[in-house]
Design a protein around this ligand. Sequence first.
Ligand code: ADP
Ligand code: ADP
Ligand code: ZN
Length: 226
Amino acid sequence: MSETMTKGAVLILLGPPGAGKGTQARMLEERFGLVQLSTGDLLRAAVAAGTEAGLAARSVMEAGGLVSDEIVLAILKDRLAEPDTVRGVILDGFPRTPGQAEALDALLAGQGLSISAAISMEVDDAAMVTRVSGRYTCASCGEGYHDSFKQPAQAGTCDKCGSGDFKRRADDNAETVGARLTAYHASTAPLIAYYEQRGVLRSVDGMGAIDTIAADLGAIVTDITG
Ligand code: ADP
Ligand code: ADP
Ligand code: ZN
């Protein structure tokens, strides 16, 4: 059983690539029974499935640009319509543009919901290249790892599921990280002011240890839903 009733909660994790959004979203999911919703994961699934949206998104993602609001919103709406999301959601990597933020507000308002908190994960850009370049995940359960910062307890074996199969993202290299950081500052960072104006902005120091950040985020979730 998860700790708190988070039904209807809508949390947003804001931060550049490598900030730790995915790592922390999975931990919040486990602790609070929320559902992680990563538009990056949804888009990668669409690319792998070869859908029309996936075909359109593929080259943009490989270059480290932003996929069009239209495609991302369609994918997100479909996922939000699935019944498990009533447990409450953590949006990881969405919204990423003012247009997406406005569309999300309208979508939630239509369902009588609103944003519980948008949490900015504050990190140094310079450290994100190392974080992203060393990232890999379990091919079986999706648990995230890092070459230097988060290695499995037993080398080559996933801590969560025991699988020995790991994968790396095609876009996780030093070249695309630069483009992705530029896209973050141009299109996504303005959302920090957007959510501050709406009174839902919170922030955490994203440069500490994974468990310290998890505790800081946990305190925020407990505060807003408890
Ligand atoms: P994002 O989803 O924001 O792009 P991730 O959660 O995938 O970021 O983290 C990027 C990489 O950095 C992963 O390899 C992860 O294991 C590692 N990582 C996450 N948080 C930290 C942290 N606080 N300190 C060091 N490494 C971290
Ligand atoms: P990271 O956390 O490392 O930035 P993501 O998995 O969130 O990576 O996103 C990977 C790529 O998918 C992005 O570089 C972008 O091309 C695309 N993408 C993901 N989410 C969005 C979004 N909300 N809007 C536009 N493009 C997106
Ligand atoms: Zn695993």
